[in-house]
Design a protein around this ligand. Structure first.
Ligand SMILES: Cc1cc2nc3c(=O)[nH]c(=O)nc-3n(C[C@H](O)[C@H](O)[C@H](O)COP(=O)(O)OP(=O)(O)OC[C@H]3O[C@@H](n4cnc5c(N)ncnc54)[C@H](O)[C@@H]3O)c2cc1C
Ligand code: SF4
Ligand code: SF4
Length: 418
């Protein structure tokens, strides 16, 4: 085989992309893994715990980071995106653009640059719920474990101060964007998902009412590395959260927004109800659902969570969320479809269970791929560009791992001309 025929490019360094890269590399293929963020791990790095076992995602991620680090067959690039792809299955030429990190491999993550940096930027890891210094480590478990200098301060005295504070010559303000070319036999496209922009569902109050947040934000709020160090505090006034309404299908299964079911957000809310119950002994969770989707092996998890008498599940489509001036919390209202009558519940915090939207819904790369009506990639991979994970459909981590392993196999076959 020629050099390019042994090489596979994986785009997206989330759990799906990392899995595809490792699986392919462990069969002997040369793999180049691209990630647009300054760290690997994707959305999983932003979760607090995994359902159904409620273990921290850091464990699973760390194993994958180690496998990548120890495998000389994997080259990974952060802050990297595909600029163009030409060619055919078995023989692609890919142009990749890499943004500067302004920090080189000498970085020991000592944090001295952050100490002298005054400028703060919205913290992307915490969905902007707090800010971070413009010289920052993306998160405590970040891989690679290296700081980043935000482009916002490049060209300012502040950036110079960061460079001067570094004893290891790790800050390199002269770094420029780099374009490089790879010849590969197949491409795995694993660019994942984004949370639905639920500010579009005006009656749910997201963006207007401080104590209405999304499920992805609640993951960060509950995380010990999150904006409140894992304390469940009300965004409006920092008061301890004692009651939470989990509003299911926030924009999902709605022809005006996302017509499909994301399949995992019921499980995510059940899991998040346990965060409240674990942290706040007298805390009360109210989950408002159209149907509870907890299929197959996940049904046991649903049944277990449901046993907690401080977790109330009500079949209801929430029609309005408004601020409650009396308590400083929010009022959640809708029809009680199961029992009849109306739901009206005052809680400290409303958490909107947002659906998963593929990155390819908004930006379709110029590639030989097909899409469904919602932007998910439907291609079979016959083209040599093989989708993997949540870019194909909403799925949980276990399904993403299986899908990515299948994609790795297809990529190997394709790169070998089979
Ligand atoms: C609220 C919530 C809670 C959840 N909790 C759980 C849970 O407890 N257990 C569970 O099993 N699942 C859970 N999930 C689902 C889980 O997040 C997904 O299964 C997982 O993120 C899928 O991984 P992925 O790699 O396919 O996508 P992603 O995690 O989105 O990773 C994609 C990666 O590709 C990168 N990327 C995107 N575009 C480009 C590009 N053009 N070039 C280079 N890189 C790019 C992204 O930066 C990202 O790093 C939850 C989901 C939600 C919404
Ligand atoms: S860039 Fe330099 S100062 Fe900043 S964390 Fe790395 S080694 Fe420390
Ligand atoms: S998984 Fe649950 S919350 Fe998510 S769209 Fe489906 S029914 Fe709605």
């Amino acid at each position: 085989m020629g050099d390019e025929e042994r090489k596979i490019l994986v785009v997206g360094g989330g759990i799906s992309g990392m899995t595809a890269a490792i699986e392919a590399a462990e069969t002997g293929a040369e793999v180049v893994l691209l990630e647009k963020n300054p760290y690997l791990g994707g959305r999983v790095a932003q979760l607090n715990q995994y359902f159904p076992k409620l273990c921290p995602p850091a464990c699973g991620l760390e194993i994958n980071f180690r496998r990548i680090k120890q495998n000389p067959k994997v080259t990974f690039l952060t802050l990297a995106e595909v600029q163009s792809i030409s060619g055919e299955p078995g023989k692609y030429e890919v142009t990749v653009s890499i943004k500067p990190r302004y920090v080189n491999d000498n970085c020991t993550a000592c944090g001295k640059c952050a100490e002298v940096c005054q400028t703060e930027i919205p913290n992307p890891l915490n969905y902007g719920m707090d800010s971070v210094k413009a010289a920052y480590l993306p998160h405590a478990m970040a891989f690679p474990f290296k700081y980043v200098i935000a482009p916002e301060i490049i060209g300012t005295d502040e950036a110079e101060k960061c460079a001067q504070a570094c004893q290891y010559n790790a800050v390199d303000l002269s770094m420029q964007p780099v374009t490089t070319t790879y010849n590969v036999g197949a491409v795995v496209w694993a660019t994942g998902w984004d949370p639905y922009d639920v500010t579009k569902v005006d009656y749910l109050g997201m963006g207007r009412i401080p104590n209405v947040i999304t499920s992805v934000m609640f993951e960060r709020l509950a995380s010990y590395s999150g904006p409140t160090g894992g304390k469940l505090l009300r965004p409006s006034d920092g008061k301890e959260v004692k009651s939470v309404a989990f509003v299911q299908c926030a924009g999902s299964r709605d022809e005006n927004h996302l017509a499909y079911c994301s399949g995992i957000c019921c499980l995510a809310s059940l899991k998040q109800a346990t965060y409240l119950r674990e942290r706040v002994p007298d805390g009360k969770a109210f989950m408002y659902y159209i149907d509870v989707r907890a299929m197959g092996k996940y049904e046991d998890f649903y049944l277990k969570v449901k046993q907690d008498e401080n977790i109330t599940l009500t079949k209801s489509k929430i029609a309005r969320i408004s601020p409650d001036p009396e308590t400083g919390g929010v009022i959640v209202e809708g029809e009680d479809v199961g029992q009849g009558g109306m739901v009206k519940q005052v809680v400290d915090l409303a958490v909107l269970a947002v659906g998963m939207v593929p990155g390819t819904a908004s930006v379709k790369p110029e590639l030989d791929m097909e899409y469904d009506d919602f932007g998910f990639v439907t291609s079979s991979g016959a083209s040599g560009i093989i989708p993997a994970g949540c870019v194909k459909a909403p799925m949980e981590v276990a399904a993403s791992l299986q899908d990515a392993t299948g994609a790795a196999l297809k990529a190997i076959q394709c790169s070998m001309g089979r």
